[in-house]
Design a protein around this ligand. Structure first.
Ligand SMILES: N=C(N)NCCCC(=O)O
Ligand SMILES: [Zn+2]
Ligand SMILES: [Zn+2]
Length: 317
């Protein structure tokens, strides 16, 4: 795509940032551009949660909190909206009363949206969504490494006997053979478990774990190195549960756990992913009812911005 065809965000000096309707980072809507290399899609779904509901309002909140983002990212020396067309594809309407139907709707929508080779950045929604998104990516790319940022393992088996919940997507995805288990990892794990067996079962599936505490003891650089050692050399799907952040940095979420990483640690880790073949990503579990002063929304918006910057930096290099 040649540079002069690319449309970027609205200019804040001529169109105020708070004009509606909202798109992520005030980008154009998908129907306003001929095509897009990266599509942002909202999925207002939270029927899979085990505790506080409300992540169905995440997409709108993240978009509203993304208005202050600016076009140039000095940390990566890249203008993420200049080197690739990014567009907001709006929200997918999913059935809140039938999870199996909702998962099918998401899988088909994701497949459609990526049929032209575009990459998807999904705004959730609860973590159940990672399963249909991985199903869609797997159809295109085969087994995929998962880089999962979360306080929680999300490899539990069932809740109340239900297999499709926000605590079980990576168990289902590994059972379905969607994940390259030799190259996958959880980052940011912490907090109480149901038992030691949770960790053992997760290890049997094959995930490697970077604990939240490793940020304190080892630091961001060494964690970035671990990620590259584990994941380089093939496609990577990135799933970011905003509760990977400490509740001080992301109070607006459904299952908060103390002792999490700072937003600075997360943003710096994401910047370190340049060079990995990231084929899709989601940001989930933003529940605005528990947010204050857009703390969580802004963190999620910046996470999305860094991801778009990594995709842009990969394209430039
Ligand atoms: N995926 C998120 N955010 N949470 C999973 C926690 C499941 C539980 O209640 O044990
Ligand atoms: Zn979580
Ligand atoms: Zn999760």
């Amino acid at each position: 795509m040649t540079a002069h065809l690319i449309r970027g965000p609205l200019d804040a000096s001529t169109t105020p940032r708070y004009t509606e309707p909202s798109t992520f980072a005030r980008l154009p809507r998908l129907d306003e551009v001929p095509s897009a290399a990266v599509k942002i899609i909202g999925i207002p779904f939270d029927s899979g949660v085990s505790y506080r509901p409300g992540a169905r309002f995440g997409p709108g909140h993240i978009r509203a909190s993304s208005k202050l983002l600016r076009p140039y990212n000095p940390a990566l020396d890249v203008a993420p909206f200049d080197v690739q067309q990014v567009a907001d594809a709006g929200d997918i309407a999913v059935n809140p009363f039938d999870i199996v139907e909702a998962l099918a709707t998401v899988e088909h929508a994701a497949t459609d949206l990526t049929s032209d080779g575009a990459r998807l950045l999904t705004l959730g929604g609860d973590h159940t969504l990672a399963l249909p998104l991985l199903r869609a990516v797997h159809k295109e790319r085969g087994k995929i490494a998962v880089l999962h940022f979360d306080a929680h393992l999300d490899t539990w088996d069932t809740y109340f006997g239900a297999p499709f919940t926000h605590g079980t997507p990576f168990r289902r995805a590994s059972e379905e053979g969607l994940i390259d288990m030799e190259r996958s990892m959880h980052v940011g794990i912490r907090g109480p478990l149901y038992g030691k067996a949770d960790l053992e079962a997760d290890g049997v599936l094959g995930f490697q774990i970077v604990r939240s505490d490793d940020y304190q003891f080892d630091g961001v650089r060494s964690i970035i190195e671990r990620i590259h050692r584990r994941m380089a050399g093939g496609p990577v799907y990135l799933s970011i549960d905003i509760d990977v952040l400490d509740p001080a940095h992301a109070p607006g979420t459904g299952t908060p756990e103390a002792g999490g990483m700072t937003s600075r640690e997360l943003l710096n880790t994401l910047r370190g992913l340049v060079g990995l073949d990231i084929v899709g990503a989601d940001i989930v579990e933003v529940a605005p009812a528990y947010d204050h002063a857009e703390i969580t929304g802004i963190a999620a918006a910046h996470v999305g911005y860094e991801l778009l910057s990594v995709l842009a930096a990969n394209r430039v290099s």
